[in-house]
Design a protein around this ligand. Structure first.
Ligand SMILES: C[S@@+](CC[C@H](N)C(=O)[O-])C[C@H]1O[C@@H](n2cnc3c(N)ncnc32)[C@H](O)[C@@H]1O
Ligand code: SF4
Length: 296
């Protein structure tokens, strides 16, 4: 039995379900995106975890005998750690678990501002090779409304830095984020951002408000009108129509989505668009996830 004292709740991308979660930080240093309630509880106040504690958790992981092939560095923006600290963590991982094949982390674009391509390449060489970047949108107005603290330009700069360092990025875009008013520009500008960045992975989630819409509405001056199902599908259609990707694994299968879409873009663009069109034009002809099966 592995003894790691997590500060709950802990979030990870669905694709890290079998990874060792190494909580090198607690919470999120920004914590101000109006849609995100993930780290708002008092025990999730942001802090870096001391290196000795991380080391002890790695020792516990080894002692448990559990095979560890992948590691996810939690919480919300572990990449806010300095290059020096990240290098120490990667050295510890390689020392204790030399068989690890991949280390990944969430990454806010601004986390990379103080790191050079060479530093990222060095970390990549040590195994830190995949970054989950919550771009959420490529539209500056929508990003402002939700207080992401990022823009088209800052997101693109970070994604390009990751690529230049030889690492991979997995981008999250939020379907429905601009409401009815900004739906089209959100979709078109998000596609523009992806086209410029050519990430290795792209996923879409439907924005949802388990703790209520109040904080979100304030950012929109009370004018946010959530998209209904056809509105979400239409926005997905605009996004797909405008995407010009060479080789990106696309997933819209997170539990928040009604319509599950999976493929490689661009080769599967026509097929994915056909599914979205069918959902829009012939309701009932495409299987949708039922409301009770949805979640964040
Ligand atoms: C745990 S957060 C960490 C991401 C990282 N801090 C960043 O901003 O790049 C992971 C992702 O969950 C998604 N998320 C958070 N709150 C959400 C909500 N209310 N509805 C849908 N998706 C949400 C966003 O895409 C966010 O980037
Ligand atoms: S989306 Fe990311 S940056 Fe924004 S509050 Fe949540 S964890 Fe922090």
């Amino acid at each position: 039995m592995m003894r790691i004292a997590y500060v709950e709740p802990v979030f990870r991308p669905p694709s890290e379900a079998y990874s060792l979660i190494l909580q090198v930080t607690n919470g999120c240093s920004w914590n101000q995106c109006t849609f995100c309630e993930m780290y708002t509880q008092p025990q999730k106040k942001f802090r870096f975890k001391p290196q000795e504690q991380i080391e002890a958790e790695l020792v516990a992981a080894v002692a448990s005998g559990m095979p560890v092939r992948r590691i996810f560095l939690a919480d919300g923006d572990a990449m806010s750690l300095s290059f020096r600290r990240l290098k120490l963590i990667m050295q510890s991982i390689n020392r204790h678990l030399p068989g690890v094949q991949r280390v990944s982390s969430y990454c806010l674009p601004r986390n990379l501002k103080n790191k050079t391509v060479d530093e990222l390449a060095e970390l990549n060489g040590m195994g830190l090779s995949l970054f989950y970047v919550g771009c959420e949108s490529g539209d500056d107005l929508v990003l402002q409304r939700v207080n992401k603290g990022e823009s088209f330009a800052t997101s693109l700069a970070a994604l390009r830095k990751i690529k230049a360092a030889g690492a991979k990025s997995s981008v999250m875009i939020l379907n429905g984020m601009g409401g009815t008013k900004y739906s089209k520009q959100h979709a078109v500008n998000s596609a523009r951002l992806m086209n410029a960045a050519q990430p290795e992975y792209l996923s879409t989630l439907v924005v949802s408000f388990p703790a209520g819409e109040e904080r979100y509405q304030r950012g929109f001056g009370g004018e946010f009108e959530a998209l209904d199902q056809p509105g979400l599908f239409q926005e997905m259609r605009w996004l797909l129509e405008n995407l010009e990707l060479d080789n990106t694994i696309f997933r819209s299968d997170h539990a928040s989505n009604y319509l599950v879409l999976k493929g490689v873009l661009g080769k599967d663009k026509a097929r994915l668009l056909q599914t979205v069109r069918a959902a829009l034009e012939r309701p009932g002809s495409v299987r949708l996830r039922q409301e009770w099966m949805r979640g964040l």
